[in-house]
Unconditional design. Structure first.
Length: 272
């Protein structure tokens, strides 16, 4: 997707220090559709479930290697239920992303406890939307997300919303051609920006991006990248992103994430 070329890079500018280790490149290939991701009775999908089915989960305790300055965090959904945020804060987690919505018909029943609870212990937090390009358009899903917890406020504690886009439950690419998938993501991104003034973070895996967009669609100048790879390095990044902003590096014992710079830059991202 070609999005208007403004926003994220100018936001970080030269002040964002990114270790050269963040740009490590390893070979990545598109593969066949993975087994169906786990879901609950309401059809709720957990972030990364399809990616874990496809690429496998990292062993417990695996930590990012060679990151000069980073901030640890986690992401949660209804699968975690009521979260003991004080314990994660004590363990050093400084930010959290919380699932808010999926498609245009699902809301996380634990969203309030998770989203407000993380904020109350001192975390910088944001919401994410599990994209379902097979059920409705990108703009409609962005509207639903914003209306049900995915908005943004300039309080220095709220991160821009995230679009979680990964392998589908019934069809890896939701029946979309690469061009149609790029257009769907662009529609979501543009509508979210129109409603909030922020470009959404895009959470994805390089293998999915290669398979379902044909490794096309340039979001690098606007949308922060949240790459999912359960290994000791982030590996090859999706098309034209030179660095990641977030990296989900493990799912044990809960989804583990890192922000690519120090806490002052995370606050800049939250402030806008």
């Amino acid at each position: 997707m070609t999005a208007p070329r403004r926003g994220w890079r100018r936001l970080l500018g030269a002040a964002l220090t990114v270790s050269t280790a963040l740009l490590v490149v390893t070979a990545g290939t598109a593969e066949a559709s993975p087994p169906l991701p786990e879901q609950d009775a309401t059809g709720n999908h957990e972030m990364g479930a399809a990616i874990r089915a496809h690429d496998g989960a990292a062993p417990a305790g695996l930590a990012p290697a060679s990151v000069d300055a980073s901030v640890p965090g986690i992401d949660v959904s209804a699968y975690q239920g009521t979260v003991n945020w004080a314990s994660y804060w004590s363990a050093g987690k400084k930010f959290a992303y919380v699932k808010a919505t999926e498609g245009t018909g699902y809301q996380n029943a634990y969203f309030s406890q998770q989203y407000t609870g993380s904020y109350n212990v001192g975390m910088i937090r944001g919401a994410y939307h599990y994209g379902r390009p097979d059920t409705s358009g990108g703009a409609a899903q962005a509207d639903y997300f914003v209306a049900h917890g995915g908005g943004w406020s300039k309080d220095g504690k709220t991160l821009p919303g995230t679009l979680d886009i990964e392998w589908g439950p019934d069809n890896a690419c939701y029946g979309k051609t690469p061009a149609q998938m790029v257009a769907w993501i662009k529609a979501f991104s543009d509508e979210y920006h129109a409603k909030t003034t922020r470009w959404p973070v895009i959470y994805t895996a390089t293998n999915w991006w290669s398979q379902c967009t044909g490794n096309t669609g340039d979001f690098s100048s606007t949308n922060p990248l949240w790459v999912a790879r359960y290994a000791s390095s982030a590996g090859t990044l999706p098309y034209n992103w030179g660095f990641y902003t977030f990296w989900q590096y493990s799912s044990s014992p809960i989804d583990q994430d890192t922000f690519s710079a120090d806490i002052t830059r995370l606050k800049v991202l939250a402030t806008g």
